[in-house]
Design a protein around this ligand. Structure first.
Ligand code: FES
Length: 340
């Protein structure tokens, strides 16, 4: 038996394709040339998520970091885990062009630098050299890096814009004992070869036509640095406000770079927020959404981009719902920072 499925996208396009009974939706979409952004294929990363607008479906496995109980109530689903039991329609909150744009490639880069930029953060610079084809990605997307000397891979957002004539950059959180952290601290050398798969993810900077609120938690700053670079390059005239939350002030990084980018935007504001601040911290404390200006968000249209750990993203989503800020369009990436 075959079911008819419709995928509609943020740009208004709708694509139809047949799905075999009991077939995984993602497999059927790929077979029909619709490349939904994906990463893990295991119901964990949340990259392939959409929302069911009509029809019956079931999901094999959904990790709670990929979709919350509230998401499931709202009929959000993971394409890599969904099977349909009837004709069905699904909505994806990104443009259909993302399904036809750059397919993830497997590449190798060479470490050209590694800098420790705060007590808990390093930046890895990877040069793809002139032999590889140029890597096409969108600011906000990420790459999966294979850690040299191990079988492990980790996902990191690009920290610079696509097409920049410079090595790729990735902000890396330094854990006390993690596979990537130990590599960076103990073995990483200029000239090391690092394999990567990219581009990945459906979090990216859309066409900018409204004021922007950018929110980074920890090394989620990486994706937003790429977006800021892109905004500068495209001469963005909209107001941009970046909130950057970390646990301790010593975790803050790339402040001169943020300032330099901000000076090239006509209306830029920057608010660092420390959740566990020392007594001598003079700035904002607590959680980021405690410092949002709800009256401003109520009175004007705003695109809100959030990249950070799931608790931070979820608290912002709940806050938006409680405040009933219907003029805010939210885009988010919940990344689960590896603990090893
Ligand atoms: Fe990771 Fe579907 S690709 S949840």
């Amino acid at each position: 038996m075959t079911h008819k499925v419709a995928f509609s996208f943020a740009d208004g396009k709708t694509l139809f394709f047949p799905v075999q009974a009991n077939e995984i939706l993602l497999d059927a979409a790929l077979r029909n040339g619709i490349r939904i952004p994906l990463d893990c294929r295991e119901g964990v990363c949340g990259t392939c998520q959409g929302r069911c607008e009509s029809g019956q479906y079931s999901q094999d496995y959904v990790d709670e970091d990929a979709l919350s109980a509230q998401d499931l109530e709202q009929r959000k689903m993971l394409s890599c885990q969904t099977r349909v039991q009837s004709d069905a329609a699904f909505y994806f909150d990104f443009d259909s062009s993302l399904c036809h744009s750059a397919e993830p490639q497997r590449l190798a880069g060479v470490v050209s630098a590694v800098q420790q930029v705060s007590q808990s953060t390093a930046i890895l610079h990877l040069d793809l050299g002139n032999d590889s084809p140029p890597l096409d990605f969108l600011p906000g997307q990420y790459a999966r890096l294979k850690i040299p000397g191990s079988d492990s891979s980790r996902a990191y957002s690009f920290a610079n814009r696509p097409g920049a004539q410079q090595p790729l950059q990735f902000l890396i959180r330094l854990l006390p004992d993690g596979v990537m952290s130990n590599y960076i601290r103990e073995r990483c050398r200029v000239g090391d070869r690092v394999e990567l798969e990219a581009p990945l993810g459906a979090f990216y900077l859309r066409q900018v036509s409204r004021p922007l609120l950018l929110v980074a938690g920890g090394t989620g700053l990486s994706a937003l640095l790429a977006m800021l670079e892109q905004l500068v390059t495209q001469d963005c005239q909209q107001p941009v406000h970046l909130y950057y939350g970390v646990r301790h002030s010593r975790d803050l990084c790339e402040l001169p770079r943020i300032q330099a980018l901000g000076e090239r935007l006509p209306a830029f504001r920057f608010t660092p927020v420390i959740s566990d601040a020392d007594p001598d911290w003079q700035g904002k404390r607590g959680y980021i959404n405690e410092h949002f200006d709800s009256s401003e968000l109520r009175d004007r249209d705003t695109d809100l981009y959030v990249c950070g750990p799931p608790p931070m993203v979820d608290s912002i989503r709940i806050w938006l719902q409680e405040q009933q800020l219907e003029r805010v369009q939210l885009y988010y990436e919940r990344f689960t920072e590896s603990t090893i």
